[in-house]
Design a protein around this ligand. Structure first.
Ligand code: SF4
Length: 324
């Protein structure tokens, strides 16, 4: 099939399915459903990739790659070990499934540590640290779920790479769909707002940890659970409105409005036990790798909030001195 052929009415269902994949990604951050015809389902994926590449918005590229990778991993979870090995081999993984006639092993695969590290480095949970994994002769022992999660990451990066290629010009039928999706994306993302300096929030007084978390979020990259908790509880405690905090998270590729709102309201004390949470202490943040580097003020405080209040007092003092 050539790109020009896609203008033919015979490909309408394929284009519909490709468009659905992207629309769902924009609206819900997921690709669900499936055509019951392989001749529609299979080609709809590379066509959707071409369309997303043409739209060219990095937020959508990341969100689409993640949505397709999660879809793939959900399907893989129900596959047999030999099928998973086959897929892993496509990415040149050094992987072996483990025969366990006694049913006494707690793992299903061994994987060379380089393949493990390439995919697990971005995971924040302690269970993904190499030191917490059983190893033998450079091979990491893994469960089927572990391997599927690592494959999800490999697939996500693979798709992101495909989305960065120049696909050239598309036929008008396809461009009409691309333009509709661009409009939808603009409407949806129009609501996303990074923090702006205001009377209530002094961004310049943020400690290095919060500045880094804020920068990561606004550039659309994911942060760890503890990072999200720290940033949210910090912003709530310095007086930001729940709505503004929710808006900040809209740039994330896996943004889910209902869940984010629930979590932010929970941290703000508006749900559950009605406890308003504060950010963790600096030593806890250091242990979790959320403290990037300390400056002079950091050395005088034990909590990010204390840092902010100190800097805020200094800023307010110098403003009132200027006014007198
Ligand atoms: S020392 Fe505390 S306030 Fe400073 S960057 Fe680290 S965690 Fe943040």
């Amino acid at each position: 099939m050539k790109i020009g052929d896609l203008a033919s009415p015979e490909y309408k269902s394929v284009l519909d399915r490709a468009e659905d994949r992207i629309e769902e990604t924009i609206l819900f951050g997921a690709v669900t459903g499936q055509s019951d015809k392989d001749e529609v389902e299979i080609p709809s994926f590379p066509i959707a990739v071409m369309m997303v590449a043409t739209i060219g918005v990095s937020f959508l590229k990341r969100r689409y790659a993640l949505a397709e990778a999660r879809r793939a991993s959900n399907l893989l979870r129900n596959e047999r070990e030999d099928k998973i090995t086959l897929i892993a081999n496509n990415f040149n993984w050094k992987i072996d499934s483990v025969e366990d006639p006694t049913n006494s092993l707690t793992y299903d695969f061994t994987l060379h540590y380089t393949d493990f590290l390439r995919n697990a480095t971005g995971f924040h949970d302690k269970k993904w640290k190499l030191v917490n994994k059983r190893m033998s002769n450079g091979e990491v022992c893994l469960t089927k779920n572990d391997v599927v999660r690592l494959l999800e990451e490999e697939i996500r990066r693979y798709i992101e790479g495909k989305l960065d290629t120049d696909v050239g010009s598309l036929p008008e039928t396809l461009m009409n769909r691309v333009n509709r999706l661009k409009r939808l994306l603009r409407e949806k993302r129009g609501e996303a707002r990074p923090l702006e300096p205001s009377k209530e929030v002094l961004i310049n007084a943020f400690p290095p940890c919060i500045r880094e978390l804020h920068g990561t979020i606004t550039s659309g990259r994911n942060i760890s659970h503890i990072g999200r908790f720290t940033l949210t509880s910090f912003l709530i405690n310095i007086g930001m409105a729940t709505e503004d905090v929710v808006n900040l998270f809209r740039s994330l590729p896996d943004f889910n409005e209902r869940l984010t709102r629930y979590q932010v309201e929970h941290i703000a004390g508006g749900r559950g036990s009605r406890t308003k949470y504060v950010p963790p202490r600096c030593d806890t943040l250091r242990t979790h790798g959320v403290c990037p580097s300390m400056d002079d003020v950091c050395r005088k405080v034990y909590r990010p909030l204390a840092y902010y209040r100190r800097k805020l007092r200094v800023a307010q003092r110098s403003t009132s001195e200027e006014e007198t």
